[in-house]
Design a protein. Structure first.
Length: 249
């Protein structure tokens, strides 16, 4: 359990779900970790789970200017970064006729614009070599109703993983993506649905997963550990789909 010994890592959206579990595994593998979040309750939860050695920071993932502030803070604490997991995101699901411009802009800001300007802001403090992992989604590949904007934002991230790979590999920076399927995380509780509605949606989704279950955050986190470690040093611009076979149907 020492694959990340000596590495300095940032995990955005690292105060709950996949991000928090990834931070826990990074620390277990020997990394020094900073996580970001926006909810005071989740920030406090992360401090309790990760302990005093983790750097827990409040940051708005959708604010382009906030990414430069975050980069400066990380530079002051860590000097450089060896690994970045760009995980923060929101899933807003609605029929096309119910979307308004403000909700559209917020979804794209958090899921695509923020990550782009975060990578840009971190460039001066990324080590050589360094690894960036973007958390995308199988929704970019399947035609799930009501996910049009969410899927588009995640498709943009997949494209960004490929193009930035070509642009940054000369600096020793590898960029890869993971595309999870349905995972048991608090994300689903943030969709604004009643418990009965959530149960109905979950049951419908479950029928589409050949593996017969939702994924566990630890299963996604293990893939992030691989991408952050030197074991994946020849893996560049790839996308790892982890969805229980959902996208094969």
């Amino acid at each position: 359990m020492t694959r990340l010994t000596g590495k300095r890592a940032l995990i955005t959206g690292g105060t709950s779900g996949i991000g928090l579990e990834t931070a826990r595994q990074f620390i277990a593998e020997g990394a020094r970790v900073a996580v970001t979040g926006s909810s005071p309750a989740s920030l406090e939860q992360a401090r309790q789970v990760l302990g005093k050695d983790a750097l827990v920071l409040a940051s708005d993932a959708g604010d382009a200017k906030a990414q430069a502030v975050l980069a400066r803070t990380l530079g002051e604490h860590f000097g450089q970064l060896d690994a970045v997991f760009v995980n923060a995101g929101i899933a807003t699901l609605a029929p096309i006729e119910q979307w308004d411009e403000a909700t559209f802009d917020r979804a794209l800001s958090v899921n695509l614009k923020g990550p782009f300007f975060l990578v840009q802001a971190l460039l001066p403090i990324l080590a050589n070599p360094a690894s960036i992992v973007l958390n995308t989604s199988i929704n970019a590949h399947i035609g799930m109703p009501n996910s049009s904007v969410y899927a588009a934002s995640k498709a943009g991230l997949i494209s960004m993983a490929r193009t930035l790979s070509g642009e940054l590999i000369g600096r020793g920076i590898r960029v890869n993506a993971v595309s999870p399927g349905p995972v048991q995380t608090p994300l689903y509780g943030k969709l604004g649905m009643t418990p009965d509605e959530l149960q109905k949606v979950a049951g419908s989704i479950l029928q589409q997963i050949p593996a017969g279950r939702f994924g566990d955050p630890s299963e996604i986190a293990k893939a992030i550990v691989y991408f952050a470690s030197d074991e994946s040093r020849y893996t560049v611009g790839s996308e790892l789909v982890i969805d229980g076979g959902m996208s094969t149907l």
